[in-house]
Design a protein. Structure first.
Length: 55
C-alpha cells in the first residue's frame, strides 16, 4: 500500500508540474489552474494519511 501511494504521489507531482507550466491545459492561464490545485490537494492528503499511519 505504501509503495502504491508513493507512485501515485509521484504521478500527481508530475501532473502538477505540467499543469503549473500550462502544458496540459493551454487554454487556461498557467500557474493557478484547477488541475494544479487539485493535484496539490490530493498529494497533501496522501502525505497527511501516511503521517497518521506511522503514528
Amino acid at each position: 500500500m505504501a509503495k502504491m501511494l508513493e507512485v501515485i504521489g509521484l504521478v500527481l507531482v508530475a501532473i502538477m508540474a505540467l499543469g503549473f507550466v500550462g502544458a496540459l491545459q493551454p487554454t487556461i492561464e498557467p500557474g493557478l489552474s484547477p488541475l494544479f490545485w487539485g493535484c496539490a490537494g490530493i498529494a497533501l492528503m496522501i502525505i497527511i494519511y501516511r503521517k497518521m499511519k506511522r503514528k
